[in-house]
Each structure stands twice: as structure tokens, then as C-alpha cells.
Write a protein that binds this ligand. Structure first.
Ligand SMILES: [Zn+2]
Length: 413
């Protein structure tokens, strides 16, 4: 697996665009003290994993649990009622001693710290100390051989991460239903919680997308569409669960919104992605695998859980569904370029984004722009641009749904 850090080192003095992104701290939540926390490696650096002492200082003692995950090796510490907001992992002393460090909200009342490791480790000590009201969690982990690497078994992980298996299969919207209920659009703001997505200075993709989709939701509802959000606050939602949420709600269309980072000059302008596992497109591949990696690092790897038969059936269903995703993508691209939006020179592209894998819901991932591109960034921070973008998306959905109705009509004849 490729190893790269998600955060990019650009510093920009831009204010956050939308006040709505600040979710108030839960009353009574403990706070992390980054400057009092640290990661220290023991001994000399000989390019091999070394014993690590990890200290997480908090304003008071909180319940926690630790475990390891593999591929890549990671230490995960889940905390009850610990507020990480405003604290940056890269400012923690010793953060550079490990290949990666991230934290954030994971689910209601729980937050998560993930320490990426250079190899397999075992827990030697986990102690929480309290002094003068403040508290610190001291973890000592030491390198072990592969065979001694104990990772959390799937059964436990399932309690946290697996999509509900009882979710009823999506009912395709019957033609007769067309006039009786509004079109349901699943709106998926990319990233969230422990996974901030692309970061440029104080700006995170997760926050910008949440702000944008809140505005978009209002526009879509005003246009008569029903909206099913996959997340409504700064919380972590695994990719698979985003799809199962949409399916459980009987969504007719799934739209995932992103504004990622790519090295300067590699990408600018709005780009619309549809599922294609064979796309031979380096930049798109990199983006797609980065998103899967974010999901894996933040939560638990669910890839490979489908058995082969299910996989084949999914592929078949996807083949039927694919032209519907593609037609929406093309209609949206046409609408956006007609409205004068800056578009990538190849605006509709294929990529293996896991979130687009739904076999039965037309799904499209929209990179509204790239946070690494100055003019894209300016657009995302311009309320007028965002408003016009929302209106264009609503119009494209309207055009597409009429086309779908015609198609359904033809199928019935
Ligand atoms: Zn993204």
C-alpha cells in the first residue's frame, strides 16, 4: 500500500467560510492538552521500529480503550467524552516519530486517536494518572514480531463499524410512484470527524463540504426534492455506511461532495466522477485510494468482506445502473459548463471511489474544485459562487429525473 500523509503543508490565512461548522462542545467533555502530550521514541534511530511512549494529556480522566489494527499497523485509542476540536495532531510534540497521527470525533460521545506505526507492536503499559484535576494517559508500546501482533478481531470491530445487515434492499422508484413522491437525493459531504479530508492551513475539506451541502440542501428542498444527508455534523461516517444510509432511505440518486488536494498544477476546476474500477487515470486513482485509505485509517477496513458470489451479483447490477450514473454526470457537466463554471478539461471521469460502489443507486462524486488550487479555493469561499453551483445542481437533477421518467416509460412499453 502506498504511504503518504494526507495533510499538506500550505499555510494560508483564510478564515473559515461558514460559522455553522463550529459544533458546540458537548457539555462536560474533557479537553486534550496538546502541548502536554507527547510521543517519545526510545533509543537511537536505526531505521527500525523503536519502543514508543505516548502521553495524552487531558483536562480530566476519561474512559478509554486501546487496540491495534493491521494493514497498515495502527494503534487506536477510543476516548469517551474527550474533545479534540481545535487541536492539531501535527503540533503534538514527537508527532514526527510515527508515520501518521490523527484524531477527531468518531461517533456520538466517542472520539478516536489513531497512531500509524512503522511495524507490529504490542501494548506494554496503559496507565491513566490524575494530578491537580488534570489527567494523562501513558501508553508504552514495543515492537514485536509479526506473529505476536494482536489486532482487534472483526467481531468487536463490527460493533462499531459494520453497516446494518438488516437494511432492506433499495426499492427502485416505481414509475407509478413518480408522481406521488418527490425524488430522493442522498447528499454526502465528504470526510468528517477523525477524517478531516484535505487540509489547507485552517481549512478542512470536511468542514467546507458540510457548509456547502447545508446550503445545497435548502436549494434542493426548495426545488421540491427530498434530501437524505449521510452526515449532518462533524462526525465520522465510514464509506460503506454512507451507502447503506442512502439505500435504507430509498435514495434515487447519491451525490458525494469533495474538494480534495492534489499537487499544484495537477488539478483545477469542477470534476465529476463515476465508478470505474479500470480507469487508467493516475490522478483519479490517487484520489480514490486516498479516500479509501482515509476510511481505513480512521475506522476499520471493510474491504474484502463481500463473498465472491455477492461480488458478481453486485457487478451485474452495477452494469445496469452505470448508464444512469453516467447520464447524470454528463447532464451536470453540460449544465455547469453552460453556466460558465471552471471545469476540468475532462469534466466526467471514471475512478474507483468506494463510495460510488452502490450497485443500484446512480452515484456520482463531485469535486467542486481542489483546495490546492487558489482560484478553486476562492470560489468555494464565495457565497455567490456556491449559490449558483447549488442552483445548477438542482437544475441538472431536474433534467435528469425527467429523462429517467421517459426511460422508465419506454421500459414499460
Ligand atoms: Zn475528499
Amino acid at each position: 500500500m502506498r504511504r503518504f500523509l494526507h495533510a499538506i503543508g500550505l499555510l494560508l490565512a483564510l478564515a473559515l467560510p461558514l460559522a455553522a461548522q463550529e459544533v458546540p462542545a458537548e457539555p462536560g467533555a474533557a479537553k486534550i492538552s496538546v502541548s502536554q502530550s507527547a510521543i517519545a521514541a526510545e533509543g537511537r534511530d536505526r531505521g527500525k521500529p523503536r519502543p514508543l511512549d505516548i502521553t495524552v494529556a487531558t483536562s480530566r480522566a476519561v474512559p478509554f480503550r486501546t487496540y491495534f489494527l493491521a494493514d497498515p499497523p495502527r494503534l487506536v485509542v477510543d476516548f469517551r467524552d474527550l474533545d479534540f476540536r481545535g487541536a492539531k495532531p501535527e503540533t503534538m510534540p514527537g508527532a514526527d516519530q510515527v508515520p501518521g497521527l490523527r484524531w477527531g470525533n468518531f461517533r456520538e460521545g466517542w472520539s478516536r486517536l489513531v497512531v500509524e506505526l512503522a511495524g507490529p507492536y504490542a501494548m506494554k503499559n496503559a496507565l491513566q494518572s490524575a494530578e491537580n484535576g488534570a489527567s494523562a494517559l501513558h501508553l508504552r508500546i514495543e515492537p514485536v514480531k509479526d506473529k505476536d501482533f494482536v489486532v482487534r478481531p472483526d467481531a468487536l470491530a463490527a460493533l462499531w463499524d459494520l453497516p446494518q445487515s438488516t437494511v432492506p434492499p433499495a426499492k427502485p422508484r416505481a414509475a407509478t410512484e413518480a408522481s406521488t413522491r418527490p425524488l430522493r437525493i442522498a447528499i454526502d459531504p465528504g470526510h468528517g470527524g477523525i477524517d478531516p479530508g484535505a487540509q489547507v492551513g485552517a481549512i478542512s475539506e470536511a468542514a467546507v463540504m458540510l457548509g456547502f451541502t447545508r446550503e445545497l440542501t435548502e436549494v434542493l428542498q426548495a426545488s421540491g426534492f427530498e434530501v437524505i444527508p449521510t452526515r449532518i455534523d462533524d462526525s465520522f461516517v465510514p464509506l460503506e455506511r454512507r451507502m447503506t444510509k442512502a439505500r435504507a432511505a430509498g435514495a434515487d440518486l447519491f451525490l458525494s461532495f469533495h474538494a480534495d488536494a492534489l499537487p499544484a498544477g495537477q488539478a483545477a476546476g469542477a470534476t465529476i466522477y463515476i465508478w470505474n474500477s479500470d480507469a487508467n487515470d493516475r490522478a483519479a486513482d490517487e484520489l480514490a485510494s486516498r479516500h479509501d485509505r482515509d476510511d481505513i485509517l480512521s475506522g476499520v477496513d471493510l474491504t474484502g468482506t463481500d463473498d465472491e458470489v455477492a461480488q458478481v451479483l453486485m457487478d451485474l447490477a452495477r452494469t445496469e445502473n452505470h448508464p444512469r450514473s453516467e447520464s447524470f454526470a454528463k447532464m451536470l457537466a453540460a449544465e455547469l459548463s453552460q453556466q460558465g463554471f471552471d471545469m476540468h478539461r475532462r469534466p466526467v471521469r471514471g475512478a474507483a471511489f468506494s463510495v460510488l460502489k452502490s450497485p443500484d443507486i446512480p452515484s456520482v462524486l463531485i469535486e467542486l474544485g481542489f483546495l490546492t488550487d487558489a482560484s478553486d479555493r476562492a470560489n468555494l469561499f464565495d457565497p455567490d459562487w456556491r449559490g449558483r453551483m447549488s442552483q445548477s445542481i438542482a437544475r441538472a437533477i431536474g433534467i435528469w429525473s425527467k429523462d429517467e421518467a421517459k426511460r422508465a416509460e419506454l421500459l414499460r412499453k
